[in-house]
Design a protein around this ligand. Structure first.
Ligand code: G3H
Length: 474
């Protein structure tokens, strides 16, 4: 019953009762309505999951893996329809929407395989002073229980799947709380999980108003783990409410691309532009500031601006790189930040143009430390360029951020890049490449306000299971 169907009124949740409207970002119209869970319904759903947990955790690992493979196959078979939904719900362009679905199917397959290889270890007591070999610990991994998965609007399928698949493979059951814009996609991938044979008491999608069920869910005594991707503010709120519950948090970022004098300018330009502007900059790993040494600053700024002027802007169906932002409020936030910077002396290298929530891509040169755009995460198509004296100043400026997701260094001197990488207080440093999360078996980590814990196929499997030691006293 956790489904949505396309009818004459648009998408509608099959569940009756209260509904929450889902607005499409392109025209601002209601594209569907999803069920608004009450707290009682949340309790019932979690109760059902706890029942499901008893059999799911005992199911043979190979059988769980098989069900996950079948789910991935369903996603692939429905790739076109799911991509349509992403275009409609979050205005992601067609190519990226198809990629998101494919990447999700690939992630599930990989997780199903990797989950089979999670092995424990055996420890003998006599390695510790005064102990004998008669004590043997058999160390294995067991599930945590009910995992609450909360993906954000920008990857409603992929960042749901990267939580759900490792949780299920680890033997857990899952509450999926999709973002409201992205809820229809979330409900559809849940339906496909059922169609693939995953029991409907093993994953349940809970939609509704954050005001009614948000805090209720994150502080629910029967939730055993929370995996959240979204803003730092919400992540910190979750951390303050979820007491003694393991957290895996992927939060905001202000990823810097440091460009040194010997960098290959074309390579830096291409990576910076696609890193900053794909999906209109609505990615936690987007390049959110360029820190470039004075010697090549003019050259790089011109090259970046020229390339940005060629980016397609418009409808997701037309495969535009820059599409309408998720909401008018989001666009207002970005627009204000741009204008504030210009008023403080930043130079816009591209025209400032906005149509509703569609903001044309903006490159701001001569950004200084006193501007908000130097530090805050716009989550929109604006790229500040800050000029620096040398690599050390770049590292200092990069590390002065409250965030620590990723950083990039462009130079042909790999030794220097490696040494600078060691100084950057971030989860991942990209040398001569844009900041980004994938491939998805790599570890994905945020320091400071960017998150807690490590994700990536194997790392997520480890985070969603715990050690259990059984000691033989021979
Ligand atoms: O928005 C946060 C995502 O984890 C970023 O993923 O680098 O593949 O776009 P991405």
């Amino acid at each position: 019953d956790d489904c949505v169907q396309l009818g004459p009124q648009g998408w509608t949740s099959c569940q009756s009762g209260e509904h929450v409207a889902v607005y499409g970002p392109v025209h601002g119209q209601i594209i569907g309505k999803v069920h608004a869970f009450s707290r009682e319904e949340v309790d019932q759903a979690i109760g059902r999951l706890q029942e499901g947990f008893q059999s799911w955790k005992r199911m043979l690992l190979t059988e769980r893996a098989q069900l996950l493979h079948q789910w991935a196959d369903k996603l692939e078979a429905n790739r076109a329809e799911l991509a349509e939904l992403l275009m409609l719900e979050i205005a992601k362009n067609h190519r990226d929407s198809l990629d998101e679905v494919q990447r999700s199917a690939d992630f599930i397959h990989y997780t199903a395989e990797e989950g089979l290889r999670l092995a424990g270890e055996t420890l003998f007591g006599d390695a510790f002073p005064g102990q004998t070999r008669q004590k043997v610990s058999i160390v294995g991994r067991v599930p945590l229980g009910v995992v609450l998965a909360i993906p954000p609007f920008n990857y409603p399928i992929n960042l749901a799947v990267t939580k759900i698949a490792p949780a299920l493979m680890g033997g857990n059951v899952v509450v999926l709380k999709p973002p409201t814009q992205g809820a229809i996609a979330g409900l559809n991938i849940t339906r496909l999980a059922y169609e693939a044979g995953i029991p409907d008491n093993v994953i349940i999608a809970i939609t509704g108003s954050g005001r009614v069920i948000g805090d209720y869910l994150i502080s629910h005594p029967r939730v055993n783990m929370i995996n959240f991707t979204g803003s730092t503010q919400t992540g910190q709120h979750i951390a303050s409410k979820a007491i003694m519950v393991p957290l895996l948090l992927e939060l905001g970022g202000k990823d810097a691309a440091i460009v040194l004098a010997d960098a290959n300018i074309e390579r830096a330009r291409d990576n910076i532009v696609s890193g900053a502007f794909s999906y209109s900059g609505q990615r936690c790993t987007a390049v959110k500031r360029v820190l470039v040494v004075e010697e090549i600053a003019d050259q790089l700024a011109t090259a970046v601006a020229q390339k940005v002027m060629t980016l397609s802007v418009g409808a997701p169906e037309a495969d535009s790189v820059v599409t309408p932002l998720i909401s008018n409020e989001a666009a207002d936030f970005v627009w204000d930040m741009i204008h504030e910077a210009v008023a403080q002396g930043a130079v816009a290298l591209t025209p400032l143009r906005r149509e509703g929530n569609l903001i044309y891509p903006v490159v701001l040169d001569f950004v200084t430390r006193d501007m908000r755009v130097a530090w805050e995460e716009p989550f929109g198509p604006v790229l500040p360029i800050i000029r620096i004296h040398d690599a050390e100043e770049g590292v200092e400026l990069a590390n002065a951020s409250e965030y620590g997701l990723q950083g990039a260094i462009f130079t042909q001197d790999v030794s220097q890049a490696f040494l600078l990488a060691e100084e950057l207080d971030v989860g991942t440093v990209q040398i001569n490449g844009k900041t980004s999360r994938g491939p998805d078996h790599f570890p994905f980590v945020g320091t400071k306000a960017s998150g807690m814990g490590a994700q990536g196929v194997r790392y997520s499997l480890l985070a969603m299971t715990r050690l259990k030691s059984t000691v033989l006293n021979l």
